[in-house]
Design a protein around this ligand. Structure first.
Ligand SMILES: [Zn+2]
Length: 273
């Protein structure tokens, strides 16, 4: 699933193409991608409204429209948004947005879990996950004290707690594993038992792995592509994710694969012991 660095890369790659443009027509190949309002109203509201800005919150893309509306897109498992001169011929094309510059924004989604909303800005709170989202880890508002307080109140394995978007925005399986390796903390640790210095290491590690991944334009193992249809390169720089059985870059121990909170988790049993 695209996580913060991938969604941020999509945002950056589309921003200059979309801001100032408007959607003039929509090919609706799979209606259920449109969650709210119902498809006919959605298309009516979107058509001929100028795109004023392109933002991101966690794993959500927020395309701002004139008249104080926001077009909210979540790529979920396999969603891709690709800007092209001609409408893509692709068997997993679910929606195609024709723009007033003659180009197309294609929504490709093999698994079809992607979702879109179009709401007035003052009703964005109706998207629960957006309303309860934790701090943006690459903003100044990501405070160590707040992270520390949140973790101290949580039960369960640290890995599972960090996947909860209300704790920190935008983390998923890849970057939680990478951040925990960077911070040298066992993913199975009870979140509430972290010492002050460990939370500080974790806070720093989250920022570091995400910044590196944004610089490398995201991680592509299977489906993720940016808005130009290009792969990311961060997969070459991961230390634990998808590296089980390979030697740890720090100590040479074989990277282990376990399950934590139902999710496949890669870690170094020595460094993170
Ligand atoms: Zn190690």
């Amino acid at each position: 699933m695209p996580e913060l660095p991938e969604v941020e890369t999509v945002r950056r790659s589309l921003e200059s193409h979309l801001v100032g443009k408007m959607v003039t027509g929509i090919d609706l190949l799979l209606e259920r991608i449109l969650k709210k309002p119902e498809p006919k109203e959605f298309c009516g509201l979107l058509t001929n409204k100028k795109i004023t800005a392109m933002d991101r919150r966690g794993k959500y893309l927020l395309i701002r429209l004139e008249g104080n509306y926001t077009w909210v897109i979540h790529l979920r498992m396999t969603g891709q948004l690709i800007y092209t001169n001609e409408k893509m011929k692709h068997k997993h094309l679910r929606l195609a947005f024709h723009l007033n510059d003659g180009n197309w924004l294609n929504f490709i989604d093999m698994r079809t879990f992607g979702s879109m909303y179009l709401l007035p800005d003052d009703r964005l709170g109706e998207i629960t996950c957006l309303a309860t989202m934790g701090p943006e880890p690459l903003d100044k508002s990501f405070y160590l004290e707040e992270l520390s307080q949140k973790l101290s109140k949580r039960r369960g394995a640290l890995k599972a707690v960090l996947l909860d978007q209300s704790v920190v925005a935008g983390l998923g399986n890849i970057y939680v594993d990478e951040a925990l390796f960077e911070a040298k903390i066992d993913p199975r640790r009870e979140a509430a038992t972290l010492k002050e210095n460990e939370v500080a290491q974790l806070h720093k590690a989250i920022i570091k792995v995400l910044e590196k991944a944004v610089t490398n334009r995201g991680t592509t193992f299977r489906d993720y592509l940016d808005g130009a249809g290009k792969k990311g390169s961060n997969q070459q720089f991961l230390n634990v994710y998808q590296r089980s059985g390979e030697p740890c870059v720090r100590c040479g121990t074989e990277i282990s694969k376990i399950r934590v909170g139902g999710r496949g988790t890669s870690y170094c049993s020595k460094c993170q012991g």
